[in-house]
Design a protein around this ligand. Structure first.
Ligand code: DP6
Length: 357
């Protein structure tokens, strides 16, 4: 894609958090209480084509519901989020909110939307990157991280890097300490590239509809849980362990911390006021199968975002065995085989051309 071309397609990856972002100290700006660390995925992506369309009066937004689906005019709620994000990207890039030209946008996920597979992270990262391309702005990854997060999806800040990524909580007070000076930009940064540690991620899909309670609502309610304050005390050491596990490529060190952190997120959610239950009965079946696999000597470790689906990390050698075991669990509708991947990339695919056909 040449710089400043009027149409560009970018794909951006989903990511799975190893230490979760849960609870926003500033919901509007998506600023977390504590840092989070994630692994970028390769197969689960959002592909987005953006065209600068100054002749149009309003944006035109298309959405293709599945990997092979034809783009259709997007539902209004979805289109509104896209337009709002384009407003924010424009305002940050130009320094003024007025004069934004209209855009045509077409987007497609390679995985079920809003089912705990971070479709907003990959979606807003892809939209920000494709909009920059179309406007001829050569945004580096740090700036893209900020642009993606302006959407309100904090995890989008991590989806602009490949490999293993940390999103800091600049300005957040450590447990019991006075607030430090705030950096409202707070971009994420890469801890290690994908090539440094070839981990697999097998996803057991037990639910493929949208979740009943958004992550945003979960972030808002998290501090109402009596366990939230304790989580803030525990996270710093956990982050340190995960950084060390990534540096040393040590799955036995990462695994227990990964599972504990995920269960803790859900414990906080379940004890929020009002409580939020993301798990479904098959979620527990999958967790039990993962423990069974470990008992048989397979290094498989589970984590869940704000949804019922379970991501299981393992080595590429164990991946076929883990996938086969998860497929056999009652209530599992599908199993996706993913792995650590690189960040956003330009694509030759043109989703607007597909929409026009
Ligand atoms: C549970 O506010 O980024 O996935 O916009 O729905 O992607 P979405 O959520 P966001 O919160 C993510 C919460 C999480 C944990 C994580 O990814 O760190």
């Amino acid at each position: 894609m040449s710089r400043g071309s009027r149409r560009a397609t970018v794909s951006a990856p989903a990511n799975i958090a190893l230490v979760k972002y849960w609870g926003a100290r500033d919901l509007k700006r998506a600023l977390p209480y504590h840092p989070s660390i994630s692994m970028t995925l390769e197969v689960c992506r959002t592909v987005t084509t953006v065209e600068l369309a100054p002749a149009l009066e309003t944006d035109e937004i298309w959405f293709a519901a599945g990997a092979a689906a034809h783009p259709e005019p997007a539902p209004e709620a979805f289109a509104r989020r896209v337009r709002a994000h384009l407003d924010r990207v424009w305002t940050r890039l130009q320094g003024v909110s007025c004069g934004r030209p209209a855009f045509r946008v077409a987007t497609r996920n390679t995985f079920p939307a809003a089912a705990g597979l971070a479709s907003s992270a990959s979606g807003f990262a892809a939209l920000a990157a494709a909009a920059c391309r179309t406007l001829g702005v050569d945004a580096g990854a740090r700036e893209l991280s900020v642009l993606a997060r302006l959407s309100g999806s904090g995890s989008a800040a991590r989806s602009v890097f490949g490999g293993f990524v940390e999103w800091p909580a600049e300005g957040a007070p450590a447990a019991g300490a006075a607030p430090a000076e705030e950096n409202p930009d707070a971009p994420a940064a890469q801890l290690a590239p994908a090539a440094a540690w070839r981990l697999s991620c097998v996803v057991a899909i037990v639910e493929d509809g949208p979740k009943e309670v958004s992550s945003r609502e979960g972030h808002r309610l998290a501090p109402t849980s009596p366990h939230f304050a304790r989580r803030l005390e525990l996270v710093p050491e956990r982050l340190e362990t995960v950084r060390r596990a990534i540096r040393d490529r040590d799955l036995d060190l990462l695994g227990p911390v990964l599972e504990r952190d995920a269960v803790e997120l859900h414990a906080v959610a379940m004890t929020s006021e009002p409580p939020i239950f993301y798990w479904r009965p098959p979620t527990l079946e999958v967790l039990s199968e993962v423990r069974r696999l470990r008992g048989l000597g397979t290094g498989a470790w589970a984590t869940m975002d704000a949804g019922a689906n379970v991501h299981v990390l393992c080595t590429p050698e164990d991946e076929p065995r883990v996938a086969a075991a998860l497929e056999a669990v009652p209530g599992v509708r599908d199993v996706l085989r993913d792995r650590v991947g690189d960040g956003p990339r330009d694509e030759t695919l043109d989703l607007l051309a597909e929409a026009d056909r």
